[in-house]
Design a protein around this ligand. Sequence first.
Ligand SMILES: NC(=O)c1ccc[n+]([C@@H]2O[C@H](COP(=O)([O-])OP(=O)(O)OC[C@H]3O[C@@H](n4cnc5c(N)ncnc54)[C@H](O)[C@@H]3O)[C@@H](O)[C@H]2O)c1
Length: 390
Amino acid sequence: MARRTKPVRVGVIGAGRGAMFAQSYHVSPDSETVALCDRDAPRLRVAAKQLKIPGLKLYTDLDKFLKHAMDAVIVASDGPLHAEHTCLALEAGFHVQSEVPMDYTQEGCTRIIETVERTGLKYMFAENYQYIPHMATLKRWIKRGKFGQVVYAEAEYVHDVRNMDYRDDEGNYYTWEEARKHPKAKRAWRSGVHPISYITHSLGPLLHILDDRVTQVSCLSTGCHTAPHDGNPDAEVAIFKCRSGAVIKILCAHSIASPGHNWCTLLGTKGSVVMPRGTATLPAVYFEGESKPHTWEPIPWDKINAKLPPEAKKWGHGGSDYFLAGGFLRAILEDRPIPIDHYRGADYTIPGIVACRSAENGGLLMPVPDLRPDVRNNFRVRKANVQVGL
Ligand SMILES: NC(=O)c1ccc[n+]([C@@H]2O[C@H](COP(=O)([O-])OP(=O)(O)OC[C@H]3O[C@@H](n4cnc5c(N)ncnc54)[C@H](O)[C@@H]3O)[C@@H](O)[C@H]2O)c1
């Protein structure tokens, strides 16, 4: 049996994004990475060579991996497999941190929630963008009433991932055009999915800072023009009504000839903020009574970004992965509540799943269910009676 040197032993499923977590959880003072699983042996070998973690046990078989002595499992496998892998890990007795989205189906999300409720284990939804340093400042300003009541918010996640539509067994990604020349390249899970179903990086941080959830959605798709051979919708835009009455608009584009950005703006009864996009370089605010009338006031980054501890710089996505992992580890070690739990994960994910149905129905306004236990069953009854089309 491997000698235990740190309190939380972590195992990781998926050697792509998962390799980053394998590395980062290993350098954390509270955890060590003890096992890595990927069904593609060549990719597993490449990742292990780069990771250089002494004693790291490698698995290509998920069932054998789930028998390894560990405390927590990081699910970083193909998006459509999240519910299956999360539930297997929970059933095997491990706490789980799962990559985004929670799953690509409402049934998958419900299965995760019911398994967490039954097992009593911890489930952390790994939405890292809510930990991007300026989000903490925006949340503080909202709490202090600097914007008055935020009545409208908007976010955009534009990330052209056509270069990840195909993959070989070693983990090299290809575009559709490149894949024609690489016989080992196979179509990957990202290809052909609705971009709006990958909504948690844009919607999640807004729901976090507004402390809100979505109740209704209408969504339109541009159709497939940029990558029609794979049926990738270019871009999708959804408008949401929230419990608070606020309206949110989200654009997600994954097959589009545009440089990427993750952008947001908030409009309130007393003030507004706009993050930079395109060639703009600074965020800007407008506070009624404080700012020059009708004039945006640029804000230097060090005034809007929360300060990062030096150790956060070792983690990915501008240090946000550090806070994410810290929340998960503290919840396990000190038995604290999980910062983004199974219900919140569903709040961030389900709106994108329903938005896909809305887009497939020409923008039909649709209800977004709450998967908390007291209301979940009501929704099931209502769905059976009213034929809302979910
Ligand atoms: N939060 C973020 O910023 C961020 C960034 C990148 C990716 N992601 C998410 O992380 C997840 C992984 O992304 P990726 O880019 O690494 O994808 P990927 O397709 O490159 O890697 C997924 C890996 O999972 C492995 N896998 C699938 N089924 C398996 C099984 N049964 N047993 C063992 N291994 C299995 C695959 O072989 C593959 O190597 C996705 O859900 C993605 O949405 C999140």
